[in-house]
Design a protein around this ligand. Sequence first.
Ligand SMILES: Cc1cc2nc3c(=O)[nH]c(=O)nc-3n(C[C@H](O)[C@H](O)[C@H](O)COP(=O)(O)O)c2cc1C
Ligand code: SF4
Ligand code: SF4
Ligand code: SF4
Ligand code: FES
Length: 598
Amino acid sequence: MSASPVSRMQFMMCAGTGCMASGSIEVKEALLKELAKRNLQDEVQIIMTGCNGFCAMGPLVVVYPDGVFYNQVKPEHAPLIVEEHVLKGRVVEKLLFKEEAAKDRVPLMRDIGFFSLQRLIVLRNRGLIDAENIDEYIARDGYAALGKVLTEMTPEDVIEEIKKSGLRGRGGGGFPTGLKWEECRRYESFPKFTICNGDEGDPGAFMDRSVMEGDPHSVLEGMAISGYAIGAEQGYIYVRAEYPLAIQRLQKAIEDARDYGLLGKDILGKGFNFDIGIYPGAGAFVCGESTALMFSIEGKRGMPRIKPPRSAEAGLWNQPTNLNNVETFANLNPIILNGADWYASIGTEGSKGTKVFALTGAVNNVGLVEVPMGTTLKTLIFDIGGGIPKKRKFKAAQIGGPSGGCIPSGSEGVEIDYESLQSAGAMMGSGGVVIMDNLTCMVDTARFFIDFCVEESCGKCVPCREGLKVMYDKLTDIVEGRGEEGDVEFLFELGHHINNTSHCGLGKSAANPVLSTIHHFRHEYDAHIRDKHCPALVCPSLIDFVVIEEKCKMCGMCFRNCPSDAIIWEKKKVARIDTEKCTKCRTCITNCKFDAIR
Ligand SMILES: Cc1cc2nc3c(=O)[nH]c(=O)nc-3n(C[C@H](O)[C@H](O)[C@H](O)COP(=O)(O)O)c2cc1C
Ligand code: SF4
Ligand code: SF4
Ligand code: SF4
Ligand code: FES
């Protein structure tokens, strides 16, 4: 990081989308004003960084050189931070992070479980550089890998090195990157293209956005290396238009790299020409599929086509094309600089390196985490994620986004790598992990993912277009109390049919959430159908909430939070629910600390 020559302290302020939305720019302005008021503006430097991955706790400020971590900072805290931390050298206790169950607050970022158990390769510059300053990227070995391949390696050497590293594509399929490049290099038709897939359509996923916003040069450098390896002179980044900050930072990074001679003609004087353009996508999930994405860049409707020919032979404008995910590209600089053996020493037999996950749902530390392949689900949920909030129980983890499957409690020991997840009935996907607690209905969850796929199906083939709608209607019948004997068998058969006969990856995996919840939670389907009861008390048509008298501690929390005045309560009296007024919104259930409502 570049500090001003006289600054003795740096405030690294998170300027990712999450922290900006919770007010980091306002905090920065308040801090600048406060520093100026005390004539400290030359002693303390404020640097705006990319996402730190802990967005729920934002706005975040990390103070260096010590690494003190402040969370949920507000503009009104600025005088306190300057007075206490800058002038008196004391940490501001109340802004330090505290785990839900812990007694004490933790001052240093490196001691917080959420950060300390991660291993950062893709996110190596997280929170450490100003994403809009190319010098800061270069100061942390940025573009050194491009320099190395152009000066010391042939394209074939680069491909061999990537093959040896064991790097597999992070976009979902896990295809070996080196093999993909090798195939593309073999075709001699020119021009060739390399494309970065930044479509990121999975609900809840923001791994790629974070890299594009926080470390855009790592993507550009990776693309230039791939261009050199396959023999392409032009790259495109396909990024969804809903990511305006990512687009803005990538655009600036491209212009700066051109100014520095790191993109454009005769890069580093080595005769290699390579440039990059940005193509904003309209946000359709199916446009993340390779062939649909290429049609979309060509200005056509984003619909998957039949393969062969594969993109390596005839992709964009029918020319040989390589497509990789954002995270795949961001891995390349460290692999080239540290060597394939170093990279292959991290992870498991079949899955090398690390993986970035978006950890969401019923977990204390929601956020973006990077862990070595082979990390157990238990470590991810309990040590890094801080466990399940409100002393509830872990029920299942949906891994792999809308095409993934769920791993139930009892299997927390499963290692997260391509093979183990598949054997456990889930998949890596692009890295979405949704944690579910005992208040989650698995039938309703499956219905949520099917609804998503119904909306996103491009409509080209019947099993996906029609089959998913039939599946959604059947699931709706079940959660609304119209389920009948035989429905589960019907769903099971239909699910396999859709998966086996759909044309592209969307339809081929769309039924997975249903098949996997039937496999692990069949009893919940049966309870909905036979007993007309939702065991997790989620499906409004199948529940009437009641207060369990023996458990009620008469605290009145439910009464104060009910939006429909449906709770009857007075001091020292057990609460009751007026079922006429109750809209079954579940607010009282989530607010009752004593589990007294069901
Ligand atoms: C419906 C669908 C959506 C996809 N969305 C994405 C996406 O958003 N990002 C991505 O990198 N790959 C996505 N993929 C996978 C890509 O088709 C492709 O395999 C990947 O970008 C290749 O890069 P990799 O080898 O680095 O993984 C999607 C696939 C399907 C079938
Ligand atoms: S499986 Fe679905 S998304 Fe894929 S081509 Fe068929 S209709 Fe379109
Ligand atoms: S919140 Fe729970 S314990 Fe408190 S009054 Fe309501 S039901 Fe009783
Ligand atoms: S479910 Fe909602 S409406 Fe019904 S009693 Fe509880 S808080 Fe009130
Ligand atoms: S945006 Fe600040 S931690 Fe993610």
